[in-house]
Design a protein around this ligand. Structure first.
Ligand code: TXA
Ligand code: MG
Length: 361
């Protein structure tokens, strides 16, 4: 499947009407178009056409039991694919859509099994991005779209990152600039008056708590207990090419732990990369051992929005460098920190060094 992959810059949704007509035609004919959303870039196909959706699995190398979510342009399009929308789901739509949330609903018959992996539910998402919604309108139907990466890799947050993974595999990428949030949507299931988070994301538990009486998190998501309800959450994911080890420790000792780990690797001739907060990076600068490692910052420790927006770029950064192991600094799990840590833990495949103040490790 070696086709030419066109990147088309979209500056303005009114003046670029011809671009959307063309991209809409590709979708209608069963082809694939990558497009920006406020979270990450998606790899889109006609969500009601099972052959078109099969193309998504092929281009990504995605396991066939991992269902796709459907992107809609407005509330009316939800009814094209949802058998019913419960009162609480309706409240979530009113509060957060368009926005970075995916709501699992009972599917209509028209939604093919190749989209849902045989489940009788489907994830519905209304992206808060003009390029995405204009494309959906141009196609005139819901667009199935997973993140536009090769399966298992970090999700792309720029058109360039999409191109690196999808070159030769898809005909068209719409370039709408870097994504605003940088981590995927929050996936929720609604049962009665309870919201269950199946994948943490940009809509935080704190935000959901303001709309729903009860909010819980699928216990399998953070702690590896049982099988996650979102099938995709069970795979190793977001992984850079080199192995990643998370380091979680108090600010005043994290430098010592990095020092010890890097020293060990250096003695064995292993090249090291580090993903750090601005603060830890500043604290480490000037020490000879740290100068031998390749460091990048994901932003200020307390600015979770900035960290989320930079996270996948940081994970992809080392892929083009001669690095054999990457260490990343953990963040606390408040607010958006839950989603950031969920992705970092997955990228690390469970490898984490944890140390509390005063406790020797
Ligand atoms: O922000 C996002 O959600 C991005 C952008 C492109 O919209 N999309 C995205 O799609 O992250 P994807 O396919 O990479 O992740 C969707 C997740 C997978 O883990 C999948 O298993 C889960 O949603 N999922 C899909 N349908 C489901 C269902 N009916 N029940 C439970 N989980 C479902
Ligand atoms: Mg994905």
């Amino acid at each position: 499947m070696d086709m030419e992959t066109q990147i088309i810059k979209v500056h303005d949704i009114v003046n670029d009407e011809a671009v959307f007509l063309k991209a809409g035609e590709v979708i209608k004919k069963g082809g694939l178009v990558a497009f920006p959303t406020e979270t990450v870039y998606g790899l889109g196909a006609d969500g009601l056409d099972s052959t078109a959706c099969a193309g998504i699995y092929k281009a990504k190398g995605r396991p066939s039991d991992n269902p796709l979510i459907l992107h809609v342009s407005d509330r009316a399009m939800v009814d094209m694919v949802a058998e019913e929308v419960s009162p609480l789901a309706e409240k979530l739509i009113a509060a957060f859509c368009p926005g970075p949330i995916t709501i699992i609903v009972k599917k209509k018959r028209c939604v093919p099994d190749s989209v849902t992996g045989g489940l009788d539910t489907v994830g519905v998402r209304m992206p808060d991005n003009d390029v995405a919604r204009t494309l959906i309108k141009a196609a005139g139907r819901p667009i199935a779209a997973p993140s536009a990466n090769i399966s298992g890799r970090p999700s792309p947050t720029t058109a360039e990152a999409v191109y690196n993974d999808m070159k030769g595999r898809i005909p068209m990428i719409l370039d709408g600039g870097p994504c605003q949030f940088g981590v995927e949507s929050t996936i929720v299931e609604v049962t009665g008056n309870e919201v269950v988070i199946l994948r943490p994301g940009a809509i935080t538990p704190e935000m959901l708590n303001e709309v729903a009486e009860r909010v819980s998190i699928d216990p399998a998501v953070m702690g590896d207990i049982g099988v996650p309800k979102a099938p995709g959450m069970k795979y190793r994911h977001y992984a850079p090419k080199a192995p990643l080890i998370l380091i979680k420790a108090d600010e005043n000792i994290i430098g010592n732990i990095f020092y010890r780990e890097i020293k060990k690797r250096k003695e064995n001739g292993v090249s090291v990369g580090m993903i750090l907060s601005d603060e830890t990076m500043a604290a480490l600068k000037g020490n000879s051992i740290y100068d031998e490692a390749l460091m990048i910052s994901y932003g200020p420790r307390m600015d979770k929005k900035a960290i989320a927006a930079k996270l996948y770029e940081a994970l992809r950064f080392f892929d083009t460098k001669k690095i054999e192991v990457i260490f990343a600094e953990a963040v606390n799990e408040d607010g958006l920190g839950l989603a950031i840590m969920n992705r970092l833990k997955k990228a690390a495949g469970g490898q984490m060094i944890e140390a509390e103040n005063g406790v020797k490790v």
